[in-house]
Design a protein around this ligand. Sequence first.
Ligand SMILES: Cc1ncc(COP(=O)(O)O)c(C=O)c1O
Length: 467
Amino acid sequence: MSGTVRAVGGPPIALVGDGTPVRCLDGTDRPYLSLDAAASTAALPAVWARVEAFIPSYSSVHRGAGYKSRLSTDAYEDARAAVLDFAGRSGRDDVAIICRNTTEALNHLAYRLNLGRDDVVVTTVVEHHANLLPWARVASCRYVECGPEGTFEVADVDAALDAQPRPALLALTGASNVTGWLPPVDAIVESAHRRGVPVVVDAAQLAPHRPLPRAPEFLAFSGHKLYAPFGAGALVGPSHAFTEGDPFLAGGGAVDLVDLGEVLWTEPPEREEAGSPNVVGAVALHAALRSMCEVGWGPIIEHDRRLARRLREGLRAIPGVHLLGPQDPGHDTLPLAAFTVEGVPHALVAARLAAEEGIGVRHGCFCAHPYLARLLGLTGAQMAAYRDELRRGDRRRVPGAVRASCGINTTEADVDRLLAALARIATGAPPPVAYHQDPRTGDFFPDPEAGHWSTQRATGAGACSPG
Ligand SMILES: Cc1ncc(COP(=O)(O)O)c(C=O)c1O
C-alpha cells in the first residue's frame, strides 16, 4: 500500500496511491494530482486495509455451510445493514440491494417499477445519463428545464408535477456532476409527496459529500465515488416495491423453488440479487461508509465548502476561463467546477494538464449531454452538425468543457497547483511540444517523439471523454 496514511480525522485524508510520481514532458517527476474525484476516487486506507484483512476469509456468500462461507455471508449482510444505516433507513421497511453502481441501480429500478409508455416520469435536464436513459426507455419523460446557470426552482418542478397526465415518479439528481449544483432536494421531495408522487434520488455525487436525504422512496449511489473502488453500489428502497413481479436479474439466489414450468421468487433483497454477489465490493463499501461516519459530516462539508470556494473563485479570476453553472462563488456547491478556456479545446486543456503538470481532470460532456448543451448555449443546428460528425467517426470538434473535482484527500495547495497550471495555459503559454489530435477519439497527445512522453503511453488507449 503506497501513499501517506493518516489516522482518520478531519480531511484532508490521503488516499491509497496519493503522491505517485508521474514523469512529465519536461522530464520532471511530479506527484500525480487527481482532480477527478467526481468520476472515481482512490481507496481510503481503511478500505484497503479492510479488504486486505477480509480476503483470507473470502468465500461463497449465501451458498455454503462452511466456516468461511458464514464469515463472508456475515460480512456481506453487515455491509447491507451499513448501507441502510448510512442512508438513514435502519428500522424502516427498506431494503438495500447491492449492485455494481448507480447506473445499474437506476436501470434496476426502472425495470422493477413496471412502467409503460402511458406512465410519465418527471426528470430534469440537469441529470447524468444514468438518470435519463433508463426512464426514457421504459416510460414517457417530462423534463424540468434549467436556466443559463444550470439551475431550476422548486416551482419549476412543481409545474412539471402538476402537468397532465399525472406523473408516476420523479427522478432527480441529488447533486450535479457537472456544475456541483445542489438542487433543493428536501423541498422538491416534499412537493412531490404532497402530490402523491414517489421520488428516486440519484445520489452518486451527493453521497460522498452530504448526508443522504431520508424522505425520497428510492436512492442510488456508487462505492467507487466514495473511496471504495471495488465495484459495489446500492439501490435503497421500500421492501414492498420489490415483493411482486419478476426481478431485474433472473437466476440463482433469487428463488425459493424452481420447477421447469414455474418459479417461486424469494423475498427481497435476495430476490433482487441473482448470481454470486460482489462480497469484496460490499465489504469495501461498508468500510468506506464507516470511515465517512467516523470523520463526520461537519468536517467533510466544511472541507468541501473551503475547496469549492477556492476553486470557483480561482477559476473566475483567470482571464479566458469561463466557469459553467452558478456564478456566485458563495453559492453552496460540491467542490467541483466545469469550465472552458477561450481558444483552447477542452481535450487539449486536459491533455496539457496531464502531460505537462501531472494533473488528472475530466473533459467532455460528463455523461450529461443535454445539460452541457444548455450550459454551453448550443443550438439545435450545432447539435445536429456534431451528430453528423460523430456518425462519420470524427470526434475532433465534439463540444465540452473541463471538470476539476475534489475529494476528501484534496488540499488547498492542490487547488492552487491546478489554478497556476491553468493560468499558464489560458494566458497563452505555448506548449513545450506539439500536440496531435486523434480524430477517432478527439483526444490530444504530445508529439510521440517528444523526449519523455513515450509512444506507448500516447496511443492505444480508449477515448478520455466518451459520454
Ligand atoms: C450524478 C451521477 N449519476 C450517476 C452516475 C453514474 O455512476 P456510475 O458510473 O457509478 O454508475 C454518475 C457518474 O459520474 C454521476 O455523476
